[in-house]
Design a protein. Structure first.
Length: 279
């Protein structure tokens, strides 16, 4: 089976402290480069695209550029999810690499925990534009909280920079709103991380183990990128081959359950995202 993407969490560390994030109490540290290589060597038969993120800020990892080069040499594409604070000076380093997408989490700039300003956010936008010119990657500016007045101000500033007016119908589409060639604005409605949810429902559908899977920095393999706490452990990539883990009975039970629009795991039952896939 092939997947659209694999999430490889290379670090659980972050340079921000967003209130919506579940990183508090998670200390998996950095994935060593040699362990990353071992995992990456197994990926070409499973996927074409590698994301360097579940929790954490991937640009903090000292070997990120080497990892991206290694993935490039294996014939795969890289994709980055980042708060963008460390994008400056990456354009030249990433030039020539196959980078399909860069997600900029701009909602981090309106989180009161971080003390960032609108000017900080717009500087990140400028840095992202420089990187896009050199790499050709599709840049997605991402926002989470539509009712937040600070978000409305930031959204207006971004739209103004690209000479656009807001279009709510387009913004909430899966691929967001096109701002210019190579740039899109994507908004999501607020959600509760499943590990923090108190109740749920069995009914629903999920793309986990269909379009993607994730490997945490300690090697734990999980069905999707929302299992940031590693509650649904399918195995450990440092101990067993990925293909064997993804073909396990536990993985099949989860996959087959969602085929019948039923969540087999408690964490999945509490996950509200499964209601967004027409479940």
């Amino acid at each position: 089976m092939r997947y659209r993407r694999a999430y490889i969490e290379i670090t659980s560390a972050c340079n921000l402290d967003c209130s919506f994030c579940v990183h508090r109490g998670v200390h998996r540290g950095n994935l060593p480069f040699e362990d990353f290589k071992m995992i990456a060597d197994q990926l070409p038969e499973l996927t074409d695209t590698v994301y360097y993120h579940v929790l954490g800020e991937p640009l903090l990892h000292p070997d990120l550029d080497r990892m991206m080069e290694y993935v490039n040499d294996l014939g795969m594409r890289s994709a980055i999810t980042t708060n963008g604070l460390l994008l400056k000076n990456k354009a030249e380093k990433w030039k020539g690499l196959k980078i399909s997408r860069i997600n900029i989490s701009l909602h981090a700039y309106i989180d009161e925990n971080n003390g960032l300003t609108l000017q900080d956010a717009m500087q990140t936008v400028k840095d992202a534009e420089t990187v896009q010119r050199e790499t050709g990657a599709a840049v997605f500016y991402r926002l989470w909280d539509a009712e937040n007045p600070d978000q409305k101000e930031l959204e207006a500033a971004i739209l103004n920079r690209y000479g656009k007016e807001t279009d709510p119908e387009n913004v909430y589409k899966p691929n967001g709103m096109e701002l210019a060639h190579g740039f899109r604005l994507s908004k999501e409605r607020k959600f509760v991380w499943p590990v923090n949810a108190s109740k749920g429902t069995e009914r629903g559908f999920c793309q986990g183990l269909r379009t993607h899977f994730a490997v945490l920095a300690d090697g734990t393999v999980v069905p999707c990128c929302l299992d940031a706490a590693g509650e649904i452990c399918l195995g450990n990539a440092k101990e067993k081959p990925l293909k064997e883990i993804l073909d396990s009975e536990k993985a099949k039970t989860i996959y087959n359950g969602f085929t019948g629009r039923k969540a087999a795991e408690e964490l999945c039952r509490k996950c509200e995202y499964k209601g967004r896939f027409g479940g």
